[in-house]
Ligand binder design. Sequence first.
Ligand code: DON
Length: 322
Amino acid sequence: LLSQTLRNRLIIPNWTEFCGQMTTIYNECATISDGKVATYIPQLARVNPNIWGMSICTIDGQRFSLGDSNTPFCVQSVSKAFNYAIVSSDVGSDKVHQYVGHEPSGRLFNEICLDGNGKPHNPMINAGAIIMTSLIRNDLDMADRFEFVLNEYKKMAGGEFIGFNNATFVSERATADRNYALSYYMKENKCFPPGTRALRDELDLYFQLCSVETTCESAAVMAATLANGGVCPLTDEVCINSQPCRDVLSLMYSCGMYDFSGKFAFQVGLPAKSGVSGVMIVVVPNLMGIALFSPPLDKMGNSCKGVAFCKKLIEKFNFHNY
Ligand code: DON
């Protein structure tokens, strides 16, 4: 980074000006008071709704953060994007897509439904994500499977903060009727790959990965790894193979924002994934990763401030794919 700086070859050369514009957008979004925090578990209901964090990491490792960028939160459904990329890197895209489709479902994220081929529509909704979980190193025991994924997250985050919120995990597991119903429905329809454990174990792993903690700072590095073809910009380590990296961005683009994905693709034009904690990661391919965190959610389940930030970003910069 230093030699690039000295040679004035940074991917965002006018960095100070850029950061100034990001600060303006961040401050404009800070005044938004719409939305409601998720209340289906007490650990989410109790979160301070005023927390507002933003962090950027470019593919050459420039960093910029504002607000509560070091506050830990659970990744929740953002894990679905990372898990798909990790599994796809591990076992290959062909194997993964024997069990999960590529299409937006047009349904709620936790709806009990399969596509015309009897598979979950995509890996970004609960059905597809639970199938992805069952493909995570099912040759290992449960503890090692969790550790495997955690280590992959840490690699993507360049060694920065990755934690685990056990209270969230226990709460998720205790309120899991829908995910159990969904899983039994998939079991009945023979959706699971050979080697799948008891559904209780697979769902434990799914909830454990929803309960992994990051901060905006570390999530921005993970997003930047996706922006950088799967190579962590802080360590130069290959975390995700190039094809799965392209694949996960394609699926984030079409399916990453729940039932708002089409409009988000239309308005913002960038791959993104949101989670019920109020986190959002946004990837500007070949440029940077952005992590946003603000707990109040809109009716679609996406962070109000997060979505507003992205729209304003696109008004100022030509990052929209088209
Ligand atoms: O499976 C659930 O109900 C939640 N823990 C999923 C989290 C989430 O962000 C919703 N996403 N698709």
